[in-house]
Design a protein around this ligand. Sequence first.
Ligand code: NAD
Length: 497
Amino acid sequence: MNAQLSPTLQPVSSPCEAIAVAHGDGIGPEIMDAVLHVLRHAAPALRLQPVAMGHAAYLDGHSTGILPQTWDVLAEHPVLLKGPMTTPQGGGYKSINVTLRKTLGLYANVRPCVAYHPYVASPHPGMDVVIIRENEEDTYGGIEHRQTDEVVQCLKLITRPGCERIVRYAFEYAVAHRRGKVTCMTKDNIMKMTDGLFHRVFDEIAAEYPQIQAEHRIIDIGAARLATRPRDFDVIVTPNLYGDIISDIAAEIAGSIGLAPSANIGLHGAMFEAVHGSAPDIADKNIANPSGLLLASVQMLLHIGQANAAQAIHNAWLRTIEDGLHTHDLFNERTSRRRVGTREFAHAVIERLGQQPQHLPKVAYDGAPASATSTRAPAPVRARADKQLEGVDVFLDWNGQPRDPDELARRLQAATPAGFRLAVITNRGVKVWPNGHPDTFCTDHWRCRFKATQGWLDACRVPELLGRLVEQGFEAVKTENLYRFGDQAGYSAAQGE
Ligand code: NAD
């Protein structure tokens, strides 16, 4: 079975026909024109509403690359077909994609990675993997701070509702597409709380789908296996950063990143695009491959309930590839018959509407969205855990010479008010006091963990502690409260603690 591209899980009662279209930068306008040309033949009822975003909007002074009036259009046209956008170099500019995904709540990124061997050379013929990447959380909040002369940090935020939504989406996707296995990839051997939560939620939700095989891999070996044995995988669900990386690897080893589509799905809207960027090196030459965006438009048609048009385009595209009409990026002497430009490729697909591939597996979308809504009751509202404050981590910018943790501890203990005890000091997460190792490298950024000497702390004691430290000449650059949730610590132990 060839990969079915539908990312849709909610059935669409009546086909939606109004689509917002952003042409994009670089090769964007030419590949979008090619795709719209195909859509006008295969789905003539679509109403296409152009929207302004991209490089010109950035240069016009809009730091997100999106004009204010574009949001009004998107409110009325919650389905967006988007060309690739160029992000200007330099600080101050935000990624359009990140802005759209987060503002519109497009929490699920669905990337099918399929090999079209032998027509598109791939080291892994038969590869057919769908990567479902969490799209809003993780380190992509862009919450970064420089805290000392030497140290910067990025916050990694993982939420239970975010994990539940994306993991359930992955299992529902597997059910809807008759796929047998969902693999979760995290690094919870190191990040026991953040990635640990993702893994735990995966195990909880997997238990509701006994018909689907569920497995977990640590992301490093998981990514290595994906690159070498992709046929071991079916559907993969993973947090944002890992998903970003492995979906590009998977698209590349399938044959070409230029063929990969990407759907960004939310509860109220969706965005469809190619995985590749704006390729300024080949812009305006009529040589770009429009396939990634065309296959994204197939995902879009399925999402809006136009399964017949989606099937017709997808099969015509497969037939075009099989017939050896290839753009320059795919052209090779062995399997290509003719090198075609962007426009000619689109014409070739249009000529083949109604035809099916003869060798590659054809797709069958059966006149209805390959979709399934969960009939399960919504997750019960969870009782909030009993939460008690038992200490505080105070992060100091301290450049003592020498940087001696024992000296720092002596000075801190002298400044510690009654009711607190200094429990541990770490540097870059590694315990350096008490009983640190003399070889541990220390920066100017120290995490000093204070615990209540007895029972729980009143929150107003934290400012008192900070005040004392400041009085003694310390510079606290950040604090993190240490809570106990029920019988579980809400913080990690220091490495070596
Ligand atoms: P890129 O994907 O644009 O190009 C990488 C290479 O692949 C280039 O050699 C290019 O010629 C080739 N290529 C890409 N798409 C092709 C196609 N359809 N047909 C034939 N060849 C193709 O990546 P990049 O050069 O790193 O990024 C260029 C710009 O695109 C940057 O400003 C980047 O920020 C942006 N970008 C945007 C998106 C998006 O809008 N979704 C995604 C990635 C990168």
